[in-house]
Ligand binder design. Structure first.
Ligand code: XLS
Ligand code: NI
Ligand code: NI
Length: 430
């Protein structure tokens, strides 16, 4: 076992009056909201990559974290698994998520890498059985290794496409073996730096075929989870093909996959795309492709994906409002795709970052549920669009409409959109 978190007690709910840092003030997993326990609404997951694999580097400096499990051996990977499950248990987090590269050292050959992944998968299976922690999603890291620098599915070299396809198969197998509830594809290098060397039409066709093969394989092995694409507009490549929810939906339609694949929406990626998180969620819900969320926050000035822990209850409330309005998560959940700042060196920092994030999400979800139950926004919206109820105007042609409008002396009057009143309304709940 490990004593990394020895100084940290297990975290339980104590309520908003507590001054115990190591307690939840808002997240009471058993509290019932809209007929469901908070833990079943939120479905929290811890991200293996940020919490256990990231060394704390930035473009100007390398590793700041010194963790006993850093290193390229399987022994280090096993220790990492011990520490990770210790954190999940101390937080009472019901789920985790991982990439192959987070959990095992790269082997000398593909086969060696895959065998190592299988060994860790078996260790995970035993720990999941013992702790009750489940897998929200698995995924393949097709962006860190230099072989993927020009893309995975969209690489100009078919050998790299093959390596990526084989890697995804191995990660889908691992996810299936662990009863993962989703499988995620984030196209970190599926994009381009310059059109001068890029055949855009060919690359998009490769990406579409790749995703069709993924869906075929899902059905072949009887994987019951959801396949999710995670949109992001740029970073690492300058132009990424899965820019945002709207772009991904167009891509899914083009390749006949809109009923097979949903989206995993990340707060920071929405901001990078020039949208709000709730816009992306509402759009995905309206297209029936809302799958899961990566919860974090971006720095609003810096313009890159800073992956900070969420700390803004109002923002989070507006996001969960869209999730609840869409009926809540089914296979999806709230994955903390968030990392510490590189000066936050201590074990306590890692645990308490999650405590704060979980509390903010609980506050946001409870506020969202209260707004939905109160019905104020829905009533205002219903009233605003009431003219369209039982109205088949959109089926009429322009000539018919023209003659009706021309023959009438009535001239339509604009009505208030009441934005500030609605913002005041939201403020009552958060
Ligand atoms: C990077 C992405 C990544 C995915 C999983 O920006 O958010 O962490 O969630 O590959
Ligand atoms: Ni991200
Ligand atoms: Ni993400």
């Amino acid at each position: 076992m490990t004593d990394f978190f020895a100084a940290c007690p297990s975290v339980t709910f104590e309520g908003s009056d507590t001054d115990n840092e190591f307690a939840f003030r808002h997240y009471d997993p058993e509290a019932v909201v809209m007929g469901k326990k908070l833990k079943d609404h939120l479905r929290f997951a811890i991200a293996y990559w940020h919490s256990f694999a990231w060394p704390g580097g930035d473009p100007f400096g390398g590793q700041t974290f010194e963790r006993p499990w850093f290193g390229n051996s399987m022994e280090a990977a096993r220790l990492k698994a011990d520490v990770a499950f210790d954190l999940f248990s101390r937080l009472g987090a019901p789920y985790f998520c991982f990439h192959d590269a987070d959990v095992r050292p790269e082997g000398a050959t593909f086969a060696e890498s895959e065998d190592r992944l299988k060994e860790i998968t078996d260790i995970f299976a035993a720990k999941m059985e013992e702790t009750g922690v489940k897998l929200l999603w698995g995924t393949a890291n097709l962006f860190s290794h230099r072989r993927f620098m020009a893309g995975a599915a969209t690489n100009p070299d078919p050998e790299i496409y093959a390596y990526a396809a084989a890697t995804v198969k191995s990660c889908m197998d691992a996810t299936n073996a662990l009863n993962g509830e989703n499988y995620v594809l984030w196209g970190g290098r599926e994009g381009y730096e310059t059109l001068l060397n890029t055949d855009l039409r060919r690359e998009r066709a490769q990406a579409g075929a790749f995703l069709q093969r993924v869906v075929e394989y899902k059905h072949k092995i009887g994987f019951e989870g959801t396949i999710l694409i995670e949109p992001k507009p740029q970073e690492p490549t300058k132009h990424q093909y899965d820019f945002d929810v709207a772009t991904v939906y167009g891509f899914l339609k083009e390749f006949g996959l809109e009923k097979e694949v949903k989206v995993n929406i990340e707060q920071g990626h929405a901001i990078l795309a020039g949208h709000s998180f709730e816009h992306e969620l509402a759009l995905a819900a309206s297209l029936d492709i809302l799958g899961s969320i990566d919860m974090n926050r971006n720095d609003y000035q810096s313009g890159w994906d800073t992956d900070q822990f969420p700390d803004n209850p109002r923002e989070v409330a507006l996001a969960y409002y869209e999730v609840l309005r869409a009926g809540g998560f089914t296979t999806g959940g709230t994955n903390f795709d968030a990392k510490l700042r590189r000066q936050s060196l201590d074990a306590e920092d890692l645990l308490l970052a999650h405590v704060g994030g979980m509390d903010v999400c609980a506050r946001g979800l409870m506020a969202a549920a209260a707004m939905l139950e109160d019905g104020g926004l829905e009533a205002m919206r219903a009233e605003r669009y009431a003219g369209w109820d039982n109205n088949d105007l959109t089926s009429l042609g322009l000539e018919e409409i023209h003659s009706a409008v021309r023959g009438s002396t009535h001239s339509p009057e604009p009505k208030s959109g009441r934005q500030e009143r609605l913002e005041n309304y939201v403020s009552r709940f958060v």
